[in-house]
Design a binder for this molecule. Structure first.
Ligand code: SF4
Length: 462
């Protein structure tokens, strides 16, 4: 039997351990200026029969995995031995592995793809949810993305029925509470609709997660974006506020605006100031703010209102109080090596809380400052020729350069990488405020194949 079911391209970061099931394909709106995800792909609703067939396939995979476990003497559990057997078997499909890993984590959460499952006819969505819960017992939470425009159109009765059938949580891309920004970005929804949808979702008994996008107002509307977003969030008081900082990918309408000068991105520091203004104005709410997206500079910026508000403002103020050079190094570390060293450095205590990932790893006791960790290198100096390296080093150089440009840290005009016994070295030459400087990031970079990721360390030499 070919164990395959359909899955879409993305999920929220908080759903990394969820079973992904596709109820609709792509995005019915597909016009947001900043969003590249579904451009060029057309939207369709999957039929109830298709959705049920996929759920049946998941059920068959679960049964097959349980039988394997029994045959290995693991009493039906997806133990380390069972998961290793499955992940090292080249005959297993990606879907089969996905279900196996889902069982292994044992959290029982499910995420419905793609961009707007509530757009299904309520009767179909309800039937699909009931079928899912019947066929796959032990599900602890079902979550989906939903557009405010769609949710605001549903009646309270419909939303309650959907909730009672098992949809526990909705993630809404609120992005901004400013009508000016929403219109410019062609979000297809107004601030009033955001409020209406958010209030209704909560009233129906679902957990509400609102994604907001720092930087989306650009230079022109930054203040309005922060203040109006705070106003809308105060009116909704969602369970979660999640930050997802703007990035402008090529092949989006916003990229064209950037090229023509009709939109200007904020620098990283101004984005941090904008987030500060937003948090400052969030009063009388009880939401939990999280910074769980890799695009966010301050990933330890999290807490629950109102108690943690001073702590969150303090984290921002500590960053802004760093010297110019230290802020550049902080950003380079975060963007250049963040993913690479996250596992090793998490939990380090620094003035900014958890480690500003990637600047360094190593001896915790000697780390009084994120950029002054013993025996590591980030060398600031002038240097010469352009020579982008190959392979991982080249990618790293390119990545560092593009992030530094995007973040407004300066204009990288040279990027170079090479490998030696010490690992992969990346050198960037930057122009910041008319001054030229070089940033040398040296790292030992090795694939941690068993853990499926790279790890590295960065050394400050001067
Ligand atoms: S609604 Fe969401 S998925 Fe659709 S275009 Fe906008 S941001 Fe992208």
């Amino acid at each position: 039997m070919r164990f395959h079911f359909e899955q879409g391209p993305i999920r929220p970061p908080s759903e990394s351990r969820s079973l992904l099931l596709r109820f609709t394909r792509n995005c019915p709106w597909n016009r947001c200026a900043f969003c590249p995800v579904y451009k060029g792909r057309s939207f369709s609703r999957r039929t109830l029969a298709e959705i049920k067939a996929d759920i049946d396939t998941v059920r068959s995979i679960i049964d097959d995995i349980k039988a394997l476990s029994w045959s290995m003497g693991e009493a039906g559990e997806v133990s380390g031995q069972v998961i290793n057997r499955i992940l090292t078997d080249p005959a297993k499909t990606g879907c089969y592995r996905h279900v196996a890993v889902w069982l292994y984590y044992g959290e029982g959460t499910v995420f419905l793809q793609d961009a707007n499952s509530p757009i299904l006819r309520t009767a179909d969505l309800v039937e699909a949810l009931r079928y899912l819960k019947e066929k796959v017992p032990g599900i602890t939470r079902i979550t989906s993305y939903g557009r405010s425009a769609t949710l605001a159109r549903k009646s309270m009765e419909e939303l309650r029925e959907i909730r009672d059938s098992g949809l526990d949580r909705i993630h809404i891309g609120l992005e901004s509470g400013s009508d000016t920004v929403l219109k410019f970005m062609d979000k297809g929804v107004s601030a009033a609709q955001h409020i209406e949808a958010g209030v209704k979702v909560k009233e129906a008994g679902m957990t509400l997660s609102e994604y907001i996008m720092p930087g989306l107002g650009g230079v022109q509307w930054s203040r309005e974006h922060a203040l109006e977003t705070a106003r809308v969030l105060k009116a909704i008081d969602p369970h979660f506020i999640r930050l997802r900082t703007l990035r402008v990918p090529p092949h989006t309408p916003l990229w064209d605006h950037l090229q023509s000068g009709t939109f200007q991105t904020l620098s990283d520091d101004d984005t941090v100031r904008e987030i500060r203004l937003l948090i400052e104005n969030l009063e009388n709410i009880h939401s939990r703010l999280t910074s769980d997206h890799m695009r966010n500079l301050l990933e330890n910026l999290e807490g629950t209102f109102p108690d943690d508000k001073p702590k969150m403002l303090g984290i921002i103020d500590q960053y802004l109080a760093l010297s110019d050079d230290d802020r550049i190094l902080y950003r380079l570390g975060r963007y250049g090596g963040g993913a690479a060293v996250r596992r090793r450095s998490s939990g380090l205590s620094t003035p900014l809380g958890k480690s500003p990932q990637g600047v360094a790893t190593g001896d915790r006791k000697r780390h009084r400052h994120p950029h002054r960790r013993a025996g590591r290198t980030i060398l600031v100096r002038k240097f010469g020729a352009f020579d982008l390296g190959q392979g991982f080093g080249g990618l790293m150089a390119l990545w560092c350069a593009s992030r530094m440009r995007e973040s407004g840290s300066g204009e990288p005009h040279e990027a170079r990488s090479h490998r030696d016994k010490g690992g992969t070295h990346v050198l960037l030459s930057m122009r910041t405020n008319g001054q030229e400087r070089g940033v040398h990031q040296a790292g030992r970079v090795r694939q941690a194949a068993r853990r499926g990721g790279a790890s590295g360390s960065f050394d400050r030499r001067t």
